[in-house]
Ligand binder design. Sequence first.
Ligand code: NAP
Length: 259
Amino acid sequence: MTAKELLILGGTREASTLAHAVLARFGNALNLTTSLAGRTERPGQLPTRVRIGGFGGPAGLVAHLVQHGVDRLIDATHPFAARISTEARLACEEARVPRLLLLRPPWRRDPLDRWIEVDDMAAAAAVMGRIGRRAFLTVGGGEIACFAVATGVRFLVRLVDPPRRRLPLRCYEIVIGRGPFTLAEERYRLERHAVDVLVCKASGGAATEAKIIAARELGIPVIMVRRPAPEPGDAVETVDAALDWLASQRLFPEPERVS
Ligand code: NAP
């Protein structure tokens, strides 16, 4: 039996967990490749073939799917990586490759949370000046320029990699770190820097939830940027459910029945 080809669009903890879990459950029956955009300098270890860099839009992804004989695609990218998810849907429709979206569930709002939900980074920056003077900014490196308008705010900026050039903010300090973060360390960070507003994406997931809980405990308001709408199609929230989807795809011959 020839092994089937599975392409995982990754860049998240879920994608890495999924890769390990697929290998454990299906072994050699699946050839597994993880695709990364190449945004971080030190991506974690993956037990699969890894390809890095964009495909060149939906047409480029169609070419990749055909050239590599991809049988199934699982889009396990970040909830805010909307462009690649749209491209994956379009490409899979064109190449007739069944696709699953693995989308982590959003955080649940607690009655004690003081969330101000906004639609985008520009709106977050606009409300920030009215709410706080010392902000903890955890929106990722690509979105920081939006906050340049908040000139009266002192920023604590968390990034995965050290920036190559000065950030476009008047007053800031950088903390480098990759989740998961503990509640104790997030609480300590908010208190030590006298943070009075937290800005984040509604990413969901356990690895970065501690900051939300710490802000709740300390009564700190959170400017929460809403998620983009997910792509239509088959979708699950957990790695286990993604494995079940794969198992349901009839990729492998049924075991022979003994009568
Ligand atoms: P995006 O805006 O949706 O995608 C921008 C472009 O990057 C895409 O058009 C595609 O280029 C390429 N790309 C994105 N993900 C890719 C992947 N897994 N494999 C190959 N190419 C990919 O994505 P983004 O928000 O910049 O995020 C980039 C990556 O970082 C994603 O894989 C995501 O899972 C991860 N990530 C994102 C966030 C976030 O907050 N956005 C947070 C944590 C991790 P082409 O059109 O050339 O194919």
